[in-house]
Design a protein around this ligand. Structure first.
Ligand SMILES: Cc1ncc(COP(=O)(O)O)c(C=O)c1O
Length: 375
């Protein structure tokens, strides 16, 4: 806890900042949306890698649990008292499986996805050896090819799982990562609904075949208000919505073809101007080690506002550059520039902690305690 009053612009740079009011607004918007659609949330902690943010997401309500991408993330969350965890990537190595079972002992419910028959055998044998029952979801490939069993073979895999002594089938996961950033809303909607309807069909087949499963989880921030049109989907495993980034802001949305407006930029990076010797730009101290950059959606300046036309460019590991339109006054040496990252997940993963501010006053500092947990 920060003792004496510290303001945002007193912080040393580069650093991560969370606007608590915008963060809470994002949580409430997503919670209310999911509730009105009759869905639960299963927020993805891969975005923020922070157990305090996880706790606040759960406290905000209407959650079926929390998602992680990796066993090592699950381990930190389980140790911090989070009880319902879904691991959204297959867990295949001996060391990780070991850790996953350790993790399960700390949880009320630990679920992991599977996408392969041999792997089902392996997990079942490991669960039997430990006299445990492991809960699993069939991971369905939404025609992306990254992980998952294809639509045509999903039912067979589901049946195979129910034939195992020490596995308990809970349902399906179908997360279409390739769809989330399709820029046009209509194209994104059509693509996502086609894929999710296919997954829903499989889910219905599971039920009709008596496989007794009750979870159909999927969706990201880009399709949060699209996939809820699928009646069978039970929960939304959204991640970026809580802090947001410029890759999302530049997408079209239901009401605006040029901007994704439902959620606010709660996460920013503060940087300082460290060199002003050029005419049309200044150099700042936030390069690749402080902010994740994609040229298609460069970091936005939040302060000064992006409407002023200042543009971030990558300038090396340690440096960024802020291009200043002709006729505008350059910021002074030492001036603070506040940025919204291209992509939130890999940016947050660069820092040990995040400063929490309310109306520019620093009120707390939270550990990014899942940071670097990529095993
Ligand atoms: C499996 C899975 N589910 C959910 C999400 C959350 O997506 P988003 O950050 O777009 O909300 C991700 C993000 O990469 C993911 O990999």
């Amino acid at each position: 806890m920060i003792k004496s009053t510290v303001f945002k612009n007193d912080l040393d740079t580069p650093c991560l900042v969370l606007d608590i009011e915008l963060f809470e607004q994002n949580l409430h918007t997503m919670r209310d949306h999911a509730m009105s659609a009759g869905k639960k949330l299963r927020p993805h902690a891969k975005t923020h890698k922070c157990s305090e943010m996880t706790r606040r997401q759960l406290k905000s309500g209407n959650c079926a649990g929390i998602c992680v991408a990796k066993v090592s993330e699950a381990w930190v969350l389980a140790q911090s008292g989070i009880k319902d965890i879904l691991i959204t990537s297959p867990v295949t190595t001996v060391k990780k499986i070991e850790k996953m079972f350790d993790c399960a002992t700390l949880c009320d419910s630990l679920i992991v996805v599977v996408d392969n028959f041999n792997h089902v055998d392996f997990l079942n044998a490991e669960a039997a050896r430990r006299k445990n029952i492991l809960k699993v979801l069939v991971d369905i490939d939404p025609e992306m090819g990254r992980t998952g069993v294809d639509f045509a073979n999903a039912l067979e895999l589901g049946k195979y799982i129910t034939g195992q002594s020490n596995l308990k089938l809970k349902g399906i996961q179908c997360y279409a990562g390739q769809v989330q950033h399709i820029s046009g809303f209509e194209e994104r909607r059509d693509t996502s609904l086609r894929l999710m309807r296919h997954a829903a069909k499989v889910f219905n087949q599971f039920k009709e075949s008596g496989l007794g499963c009750d979870i159909f989880t999927g969706t990201g921030t880009g399709t949060f208000d699209i996939d809820c049109e699928i009646p069978e989907m039970t929960d939304l495993q959204v991640g970026s919505y809580c802090v947001m980034d410029s890759e999302y802001f530049q997408l079209g949305s239901r009401d605006n073809p040029n901007r994704f407006e439902a959620f606010q930029p709660a996460l920013t990076i503060l940087s300082s101007v460290i060199s002003v010797n050029q005419d049309n730009f200044v150099t700042i101290d936030a390069g690749l080690k402080a902010i994740y950059y994609t040229p298609e959606a460069p970091p936005l300046t939040i302060n000064p506002p992006s409407q002023q036309g200042w543009r971030y460019d990558w300038f090396g590991d340690e440096f960024g550059r802020i291009n200043i339109p002709a006729g505008q006054t350059k910021p002074a040496l030492g001036a603070i520039i506040e940025l919204c990252a291209s992509h939130c997940d890999p940016t947050i993963n660069l820092f040990d902690s995040i400063y929490v501010v309310r109306k520019n006053e620093v009120i707390d500092c939270w550990a990014i305690d899942l940071r670097g947990r990529c095993q």
